[in-house]
Design a binder for this molecule. Structure first.
Ligand SMILES: NC(=O)C1=CN([C@@H]2O[C@H](COP(=O)(O)OP(=O)(O)OC[C@H]3O[C@@H](n4cnc5c(N)ncnc54)[C@H](OP(=O)(O)O)[C@@H]3O)[C@@H](O)[C@H]2O)C=CC1
Ligand SMILES: O=C(O)C1=N[C@H](C(=O)O)C[C@H](O)C1
Length: 251
């Protein structure tokens, strides 16, 4: 629980699609105060005296931004995707040396997306086949999406626990890569289409049936309840947490 009075929040990547939406959401919350907005090239310095920083930038900049916040003892809610295992390990080492600082890295703050990932992980052990299709706006710089990578990772773990082998696939000739990427052994397909925001389908197949689990974010406001919930709770979760589900009791 943060100290009495409005929690001071700074946003890194404040002019971006997500950063601007977060700034508006913080300004609209009675218990939060927008302390600072930071963008590319800005000196982060004392982070405008923020209690919590929200970070939505680009994969190559996010680790340094987060490391700066941790070095200042400021809690961080991170939405930027593209965190590799190596970058996470480095962050965990830094945070372990910093008493009490909380960092949440969440590939998706939409409640329905968190549930979609949980449902997919739950179902994965029962189906021989599974594929992930993520669909996003064409201005997105990373593929596959962080949500798809996390989903594939959770599905891979569930399949291993259930003793399932590789997904069946007789393809031997695919010079154009039409079968998509393999993330943790799970086929992942990335669609980039004008008009879309953020969408994902998980297809699970067994003889004679298919289960489809789909989530759609039609607007970036869908991410705001999760972001604000994380801002309010991050100080109660010292260390590095990956996935909003751990804050919602779903992890
Ligand atoms: N976890 C979640 O729920 C969600 C996560 N995302 C993720 O959030 C990230 C941002 O997405 P989105 O807002 O659409 O992207 P945008 O490109 O709209 O925004 C990114 C912003 O970060 C700025 N930026 C670039 N480099 C730096 C830097 N070194 N320091 C500070 N700011 C910097 C960019 O500035 P400039 O344009 O001038 O380069 C831009 O304003 C992506 O990784 C995306 O995948 C998106 C939606 C939901
Ligand atoms: O870039 C986006 O837009 C999104 N990025 C996140 C991701 O990569 O999973 C979350 C959501 O899908 C929107």
């Amino acid at each position: 629980m943060l100290a009495m009075g409005a929690t001071r929040v700074a946003v890194i990547g404040a002019s971006g699609r997500m950063g601007a939406t977060v700034c508006a959401a913080v300004e609209g919350a009675d218990d939060l105060e927008l302390a600072g907005r930071f963008d590319v090239g800005d000196e982060l310095g004392d982070l405008a005296g923020a209690d919590v920083v929200v970070e939505f930038s680009v994969p190559d900049a996010s680790p340094a931004n987060v490391a700066h916040c941790v070095s200042r003892g400021v809690h961080v809610v991170v939405g930027t995707t593209g965190w590799s295992d190596e970058r996470l390990a480095t962050l965990r080492e830094q945070v372990a040396r910093t008493q009490g600082v909380g960092v949440l890295i969440a590939p998706n703050f939409a409640l329905g997306a968190v549930l979609m990932m949980a449902f997919a992980a739950k179902a994965a052990g029962y189906y021989e086949s599974v594929e992930v299709i993520e669909l996003h706006h064409p201005d997105k710089v990373d593929a596959p999406s962080g949500t798809a990578a996390r989903t594939a990772s959770l599905i891979g773990e569930a399949r291993a626990s259930a003793g399932l082998g590789p997904v069946p696939d007789a393809t031997t000739h695919d010079p154009e890569g039409a079968r998509g990427a393999r993330v943790n052994g799970i086929p992942v397909h990335s669609v980039r289409l004008r008009g879309l925001v953020a969408h994902q389908e998980v297809l699970l197949g067994a003889p004679g049936e298919m289960l489809t689990i789909r989530h759609d974010s039609f607007d970036r406001v869908s991410f705001m309840p999760g972001v604000l919930a994380a801002v309010r709770a991050v100080d109660e979760h010292p260390g590095v947490t990956v996935g909003l589900e751990h804050y919602l009791g779903l992890g």
